[in-house]
Every structure is written in structure tokens, then in C-alpha cells.
Ligand binder design. Structure first.
Ligand code: HXC
Length: 300
């Protein structure tokens, strides 16, 4: 990310302690970089310790500060508890949590197995809730304030063909955001969400656009004629996580160049006419990406 495009003053996030789930790669890494650059202590978790260490090392070299990687599969509540214990032991309560970790792949729904559904729902819906519950309970007991931010999609408003487990799970987290904003507001805990449009990352492209087609036509269909730039997402995340706008609570904010208003922002136009052979090809491309990632995992 071009950090010179961050719109906030140096030191804005000094004293903040933020966990970014899935922070080793993709959008999570970009947000972690912005928080670190602005002075926060940052914790990142994911399933590949090697990737987390690499990210922590690269970002420290660039910006100094403190960023620590924890291998943790958020599908495992005990592993979350142990990770959060060690974060607390390393300097006390978190002041912010970014629920960013996700899993997704495109598929015709009739081709999904129960395991395929659960692989996504266990990460996106259940895992996000486990993280929020574990940390929320501690903050309530200690009377500490914090900001929670979940990374969703505009499918929480529209649904989306061909990514049904993700659309269902993210919609559940949208409901969590609105519900806990009301229920836990009294404890000084606030909940917001961002619904990013197209911000291409390696993990996303490999699973949502495996044949490498459709990316440019998607850009051309966007009212701004382009995908999002990482600093734009990071600026919104800092606004919601940093000090100064605490009255924003219970909101899901899209950042998609009005792609949602223009075209609905779903996969339907790109995928509805594909036939068996094309789906078979995409399935095998996605599965080989999954296998490669799995070989690098140290947990999960
Ligand atoms: C059908 C598939 C499949 C596919 C996997 N499965 N890929 N089924 N089509 N393409 C099935 C498998 O066959 C298996 O079911 C089950 O899913 C579990 O597969 P595993 O590979 O063992 O799963 P696991 O190791 O748990 O990995 C989880 C994952 C993986 C979700 C499948 O993709 C992952 O870890 N992803 C993390 C990163 C990621 O997805 N990034 C993109 C996020 S983008 P059976 O029945 O065979 O046992 C995003 C929003 C984008 O979230 C928004 C854009 C606007």
C-alpha cells in the first residue's frame, strides 16, 4: 500500500492494541499496515505461521513499531482462547478487533457438499462469532472500551448467486454487528462493518476468479471504471477503529465505487451462463489453490 495516501496524522493510533484476524495476507495485511504505521500495536492471526512471521517482519522493517503474528484457526474456540490469553499477557486488553478472516470459493450451490458449506460457514459465521464472544466477555468483565469491525460484502443486502455459503454467513455477521451494537453499546463496545467491492487480492482472485477472466470487465462495469485501491479501504478502517468517531455504531458501510447501486455487485452476470465443463475446470483450479495453501498451514 502507498502509505503516503493515508489521510490521518502520525501517532493517531498510539496506545491502541488491535487484533486483525487473517492479517497475514490480503485486505487484513493492508489494514494491519495502516494501524501499525499510525502507531498502534498490532496482532495478526492466521493458519500459516510462516506467512504471519514474514508479514510481521516486512511491516516492521517498513514502519517500525510492534506487530506480532499468532497461528490460530478461528474455527477452534480453544485456540482463540489461548491466543487471546497470550495477547492479554503481552500488554493487557485489546482496544480493537478486525474480523477479517474469511473463506470463500465460487460454486454452483448444487455442487456443494455439507463439508463445503461448513468449510465457509465455520470460518466466516462461527469463527467470527467465537472471536467476538471471547474478546467481548473479557472487555465487559474488565470494563474496557473497544471497537469491533467486520469485513463483509454488499451481498449482505442482496444475497449472491454462486457464493451462497459466504452470502449467508456474512449476512449473519451483519446481523451480529447490528445486534451487538445495540446490546453491548452500554459497555463501550461498538460494532461496525465495511462491505468492500473489488479490491483484488491473491487469495480472492484464486477462488473467485480462478480462470482469470471477468476481472477487467468487472472494472469496466464499475461507475468509477476501476477496482478499489488499498489505501482507500485502509482509510475507512482507520476512521472506524481510531479515536474521534466513536458515535458511529451499528453501521455497515460499502466502499465499492457504487458498484452495488450500478450492477448489484454480485457474480451472477459473470457466471450464470457457464456450463459443466467450465465449472469443472474452475473447481479443479480452486482445489489446487486450496491444497497449496493447506500445505503451508501450521494449524487448522
Ligand atoms: C466445491 C469445494 C471447493 C470448490 C473446496 N470444496 N473447494 N467444493 N467447489 N471449488 C469442498 C471440499 O471438496 C471439501 O468438501 C470442503 O469444501 C472442505 O475443503 P477443504 O479444502 O478441506 O477446506 P479447508 O481446508 O477447510 O479450507 C477452507 C476453504 C479454503 C474455505 C475451502 O478456500 C480456505 O481456507 N480459504 C481461505 C482464503 C479464502 O478463501 N480467501 C478468499 C476470501 S474472499 P468434501 O465434501 O469434498 O469433503 C471473500 C469475499 C470476497 O471472502 C468478496 C468479493 C467482493
Amino acid at each position: 500500500m502507498d502509505v503516503s495516501k493515508l489521510m490521518f496524522r502520525e501517532g493517531l493510533m498510539a496506545g491502541e492494541r488491535i487484533l486483525v484476524t487473517g492479517g497475514g495476507t490480503g485486505l487484513g495485511r493492508e489494514m494491519a499496515e495502516a494501524f501499525l504505521k499510525l502507531g498502534a500495536t498490532v496482532y495478526i492471526c492466521g493458519r500459516r505461521q510462516g506467512k504471519l512471521d514474514e508479514t510481521a517482519e516486512e511491516l516492521t522493517k517498513l514502519h517500525g513499531g510492534k506487530i506480532v503474528g499468532h497461528a490460530c484457526d478461528i474455527r477452534d474456540p480453544d485456540a482463540i482462547h489461548a491466543m487471546v490469553d497470550s495477547i492479554w499477557a503481552d500488554g493487557g486488553a485489546l482496544t480493537g478487533v478486525v474480523n477479517n478472516a474469511a473463506g470463500n470459493f465460487i460454486s454452483r450451490t448444487e455442487d456443494l457438499s455439507v463439508n463445503g458449506f461448513n468449510a465457509i460457514a465455520d470460518i466466516v459465521m462461527r469463527g467470527t462469532f467465537y472471536v467476538t464472544l471471547d474478546i467481548g466477555k473479557r472487555l465487559i468483565a474488565e470494563k474496557k472500551r473497544a471497537s469491533f469491525l467486520s469485513i463483509l460484502t454488499t451481498w449482505v443486502w442482496s444475497g449472491s448467486a454462486f457464493v451462497v455459503p459466504s452470502a449467508m454467513s456474512k449476512t449473519a455477521i451483519n446481523a451480529m454487528t447490528q445486534s451487538l451494537a445495540a446490546e453491548w453499546g452500554r459497555y463501550g463496545l461498538r460494532f461496525n462493518a465495511i462491505a468492500p467491492g473489488l479490491f483484488p487480492t491473491k487469495g480472492m482472485s484464486a477462488r473467485l476468479n480462478p480462470a482469470g477472466s471477468g476481472g477487467n470487465s468487472n472494472n469496466a462495469m464499475n461507475p468509477l471504471g476501476r477496482a478499489g485501491e488499498m489505501h482507500e479501504l485502509a482509510n475507512l478502517a482507520v476512521f472506524l477503529m481510531g479515536p474521534g468517531a466513536e458515535y458511529v455504531n451499528g453501521q455497515t458501510i460499502a466502499i465499492d465505487g457504487a458498484g452495488y447501486q450500478a450492477t448489484g455487485g454480485t457474480f451472477y452476470p459473470m457466471l450464470h451462463s457457464l456450463g459443466d465443463a467450465e465449472w469443472e475446470q474452475m473447481r479443479s483450479l480452486i482445489k489446487s489453490t486450496n491444497a497449496k495453501d493447506k500445505a503451508e498451514r501450521t494449524v487448522g
